[in-house]
Design a protein around this ligand. Structure first.
Ligand SMILES: Nc1nc2c(ncn2[C@@H]2O[C@H](COP(=O)(O)OP(=O)(O)OP(=O)(O)O)[C@@H](O)[C@H]2O)c(=O)[nH]1
Ligand SMILES: [Mg+2]
Length: 420
């Protein structure tokens, strides 16, 4: 089964923790601080691989967690960085945040690369906290923790021209006749089960052509293969509407045209507004011009070309029409990025609750991070903790809420009395 929409889980690696350690040897029972820094966590990176045409690689692999950075260790040894994970996707893959539905990135260009999640920075080890007055800092910084995200990948093929029409009318035959693609061609319905893409060189121009499975009446209600595959022509600039003008399966070409256009309209997403060239195919099966004339009379404004993939009649003319028409049509634009996932290094938050007079509760990621590894009963460690709270503006925020000297502050299950 062709796969063009999946949901995957991604997480960048956490930063490794900084280390608290002191140099020791026979002479020094407690030497200077020598704890190493934590390593950086791995990133989650998306990259376009042009050889991919579907999201098949994600059928069984749906979870991507980059390794964490290792903790620092003694002798100032920095922890090993976590390896980045590179996720390869086909060109035209749209990445969305499942929670919000917003576009994170449209992998639009052939060499697009996107760092979606950054690995957490490693925390610094205790030597960085040493000063002339504080020579034995017994705390270090924790590595930055990262969040996990669910993202959807949806392939919306990028091609200039799309072939649409009933099954068996010769869409794949046209693609095979004019491009480098080698689609399967056979005399039964739904030979094409997944989009085919080919590059056409014609009249000094190159353009990309996409062939999708045939549509039938009621496709919008799920008949046949349904309208699912129309997502792969949403981004084309021009459609070639292929009609079996010989009515070789007993249908009327005049009805066929109307039915398919009606289905395009029902699908929405503007596909019925994409300009069309009509290829009246299988003309080699005709004895006379009557069906061609009838079609042209019924749809006088349609831009029509009579073709046969057997005799190659009209194929050059069709390519010339396409090349000329494309010149007048604007290029497709990438989808705008609607959301940027917050960098784990951006400021974390906290909240202050005044539980009762002279008693405040401080909670949140920021305070958890500051409190990590701090031994509150240790004086220097505690002083460092209070300084960080001050630096981050938490003390001022508490004062703004009415905190005065001697009030109690509760932080991660520890209470202490605030003193100026
Ligand atoms: N006589 C004649 N037969 C053609 C012509 N073009 C295609 N065919 C035949 O029509 C049949 C269907 O051709 P395909 O190219 O597979 O048709 P399709 O529109 O891609 O069909 P689906 O993939 O099922 O939607 C094959 O047997 C082709 O050989 C043509 O110009 N003349
Ligand atoms: Mg086909």
């Amino acid at each position: 089964m062709f796969l063009d929409k999946v949901i995957i889980t991604c997480k960048a690696g956490n930063g490794g923790n900084g280390c608290v350690s002191f140099f020791r040897d026979k002479m020094n029972m407690r030497g200077g601080p020598d704890g190493g820094d934590g390593g950086k966590g791995g990133d989650i990176i998306f990259k376009v691989d042009r050889s991919l045409t579907n999201l098949q690689n994600f059928r069984y692999t749906k979870v991507f967690r980059a390794p964490n950075g290792a903790d620092g260790s003694k002798k100032k040894m920095t922890g090993k960085a976590g390896k980045d994970i590179v996720i390869f996707v086909p060109q035209g893959t749209v990445i969305r945040n499942v929670k919000t539905g917003y576009v994170l990135k449209d992998m639009f260009d052939a060499n697009e690369e996107f760092v979606m999640l950054r690995g957490g920075r490693g925390g610094v080890g205790n030597p960085k906290f040493a000063t002339s007055t504080r020579q034995t800092p017994n705390y270090a910084e924790p590595g930055i923790k990262t969040d996990e995200y669910q993202v959807s990948l949806e392939l919306k093929t990028i091609a200039d021209v799309g072939l649409v029409g009933f099954p068996n009318v010769g869409k794949s035959s046209i693609l095979a006749a004019v491009s480098n693609a080698k689609p399967k061609i056979a005399n039964y319905h739904f030979t094409t089960l997944a989009p085919n893409i080919g590059v056409v060189h014609a009249y000094d121009k190159n353009f990309v052509m996409a062939d999708i499975p045939g549509l039938i009446e009621g496709a919008s209600e799920g008949e046949g293969l349904g309208l699912e595959f129309l997502r792969h022509i949403e981004r084309t600039r021009l459609l070639v509407h292929v009609i079996d003008i010989a009515g070789s399966e007993g249908r009327d070409p005049i009805d066929d045209y109307k039915i398919i256009n009606n289905e395009l309209k029902k699908y929405g997403a503007g596909v019925d507004k994409i300009p069309q060239i009509v290829a009246l195919n299988k003309c080699d099966l005709l004895d006379n011009m009557s069906s061609i004339d009838a079609f042209k009379k019924k749809y006088p404004s349609a831009q029509v070309v009579v073709t046969s993939t057997y005799t190659r009649e009209g194929l050059d003319e069709l390519m010339l029409m396409i090349a000329r028409k494309l010149e007048t049509l604007p290029k497709r634009e990438r989808l705008e990025t609607e959301e940027v996932i917050v960098d784990p290094h951006k400021k974390k938050t906290y909240t202050i609750t005044k539980v009762k007079p002279h008693y405040f509760d401080v909670e949140g990621e920021l305070i958890d991070q500051i409190a990590f590894g701090v031994v509150l009963k240790d004086m220097t460690s505690f002083a460092y903790f209070q300084k960080r709270m001050k630096d981050e503006g938490i003390i001022d925020a508490l004062k703004a809420k009415g905190m005065v000297d001697g009030d109690t502050i509760k932080v991660t299950n520890v209470e202490f009395v605030y003193m100026e």
